[in-house]
Write a protein that binds this ligand. Structure first.
Ligand code: BGC
Length: 382
């Protein structure tokens, strides 16, 4: 049985610039994809060519009946060299926002989704505390894009950004630096102030990668410590925000000796994760309780070549969200990751998350049955 989608819940799908636009040759990840001994299985190249095909993507999101489309701005396009604004890139994103609004799809914009300009990476990237000020300058530059955007997400998954910061500098640095976390949080705080100062009533937050923690006997202390360091520390640091973005895919299983990877006989997704469609129940509940903020589930989904499994995941995730609402948890929205198949970072193009399939050869888009079923559910929502 498919549970109906509650009326007031904003339903959308998400992408990020580097994963779909293609040709983002001026950022740190593009450089890392090509560096000698790169851990990336393949380079992003053309991605889904959404820099050119974005109108079709917005049309498809509207045709699916989605309330909202979450996409990100590519900093290296807007500010290709320090302090130099590319007005054409700003115009491009302004047109995207307008097209969404014209199509009846609410644009939700992420300002930083993992990638930074190469010039920032060359001056130490996020390992250099000056990055916070550079990010603030970028936020000022894109205010015209955000004019009609009611929900802005500053930084995507800061924990991953911190974990990767030293590897994305040019040249790469030896190890993670504990101070990066403070720099990223400072950048977020400055961005929130700028965005609130620019327009009253705009909702601002960041997004966090959260897991459903599964604890094996003897792993209790370690699990509590990891959960606190990786997730709850951030949830406790969000005073002054309007919402918290929850991004959930799976569980993290912890035993006495550390994180336990899935066993050979356990079913996993194309990204190698345990299949946990109801993970969102625990993460959204915890995010709301610890942060005290309303929750928007900004990413939730599965990489699979079995589209029935994808639909089962969506159905169960939405049922879990409905139950949270019944329990009084303040969940405002749910975004599937991803609107379309895209560049899954280190793992390249093999993991397919899309409600829309992208032919890797022709880049043609085809809505998957799961996308059609979600569209049908949206048409009949309570
Ligand atoms: C990221 C996305 C990524 C997805 C699946 C999230 O961590 O925000 O960029 O594609 O998870 O791995």
């Amino acid at each position: 049985m498919t549970s109906p989608i509650p009326g007031g819940l904003l339903i959308g799908a998400a992408t990020s610039a580097h994963q779909v636009e293609g040709g983002n040759c001026r950022n740190d990840v593009w450089a890392a994809e090509r560096a000698p001994g790169s851990p990336f299985l393949e380079p992003s190249g053309q991605a889904a060519d959404s820099w050119n095909r974005w109108e079709e993507d917005v049309r498809l999101a509207a045709a699916l009946g989605l309330d909202a489309y979450r996409f990100s701005l590519e900093w290296s396009r807007v500010e290709p060299s320090p302090g130099k604004l590319d007005k054409k890139a700003v115009g491009h994103y302004q047109r995207m926002v307008q097209a969404c609004r014209d199509a009846g799809v609410q644009p939700v914009v992420t300002l930083h989704h993992f990638t930074s300009p190469l010039w920032l990476a060359q001056q130490g990237g996020w390992t250099d505390p000056r990055a916070a000020g550079c990010f603030a300058r970028f936020v000022e530059m894109v205010l015209p894009v955000l004019d009609q955007v009611d929900l802005v997400l500053t930084i995507n998954e800061p924990t991953i950004l911190v974990e990767w910061s030293h590897r994305l500098t040019v040249p790469p640095q030896a190890g993670p630096d504990a101070r990066v976390r403070d720099t990223v949080l400072a950048a977020h705080r400055e961005a929130v102030d700028i965005l609130h100062g620019d327009r009253a009533g705009r909702q601002v937050g960041l997004t966090l990668a959260l897991h459903d923690w599964e604890v094996l006997p003897g792993g209790e202390q370690l699990a509590a410590q990891l959960q606190d360091e990786e997730e709850d520390w951030w949830l406790r640091s969000l005073a002054g925000d309007d919402v918290v973005g929850v991004q959930t895919y799976t569980c993290k299983t912890v035993g006495p000796h550390g994180v336990v990877p899935p066993g050979a006989d356990e079913p996993t997704t194309l990204t190698g994760w345990r299949v946990r469609p109801r993970a969102v129940a625990a993460t959204a509940r915890r995010a709301a309780a610890v942060s005290g903020l309303p929750v928007v589930v900004t990413e939730n989904g599965i990489a699979t070549d079995d589209d029935d499994l994808r639909w089962d995941y969506v159905r169960q995730a939405l049922a879990a969200v409905s139950e949270l609402l019944t329990d009084g948890v303040d969940v405002r929205g749910w975004f599937y990751w991803s609107l379309l198949d895209n560049f899954e970072w280190l793992q390249g193009y093999a993991p397919t998350f899309g409600l829309i399939e992208v032919d890797r050869r022709t880049l043609e888009r085809r809505v998957r049955p799961s996308g059609l079923r979600l569209a049908e559910l949206l048409r009949t929502r309570s």
